[in-house]
Design a protein around this ligand. Structure first.
Ligand SMILES: [Mg+2]
Length: 96
């Protein structure tokens, strides 16, 4: 649980400051990578002790596909918004 919280914190810092902008002496990308390493280490310990099963390669592949799908959807929406802004006629009332 502690490692999950640390990943959340450093992912939030990366979103706020950018992955490659130094924050408190280190780069958020490096801090996030370190916390993900910690989390993977804890996961391996739980698996090694038989507390939880090992990683499911199928589930990991499915998650990657889902993220790719949603990222493509988000990018399409952003492009639609950019097109709307580019083609906006300032004389027309705005749609909200
Ligand atoms: Mg940690």
């Amino acid at each position: 649980m502690e490692e999950c919280a640390e990943v959340t914190k450093d992912a939030s810092k990366a979103l706020r400051f950018g992955l490659d902008n130094k924050y408190q002496g280190t780069f958020p990308a490096e801090r996030l990578a370190e916390e993900l390493d910690d989390l993977i280490g804890v996961r391996e310990m739980l698996t090694d002790r038989g507390v939880i099963r090992g990683p499911s390669l199928e589930a990991i592949a499915a998650k990657k596909q889902k993220v790719i799908k949603y990222m493509a959807h988000d990018h399409a929406q952003i492009e639609d918004l950019d097109d709307e802004r580019t083609n906006r006629n300032d004389d027309e009332p705005r749609r909200f």
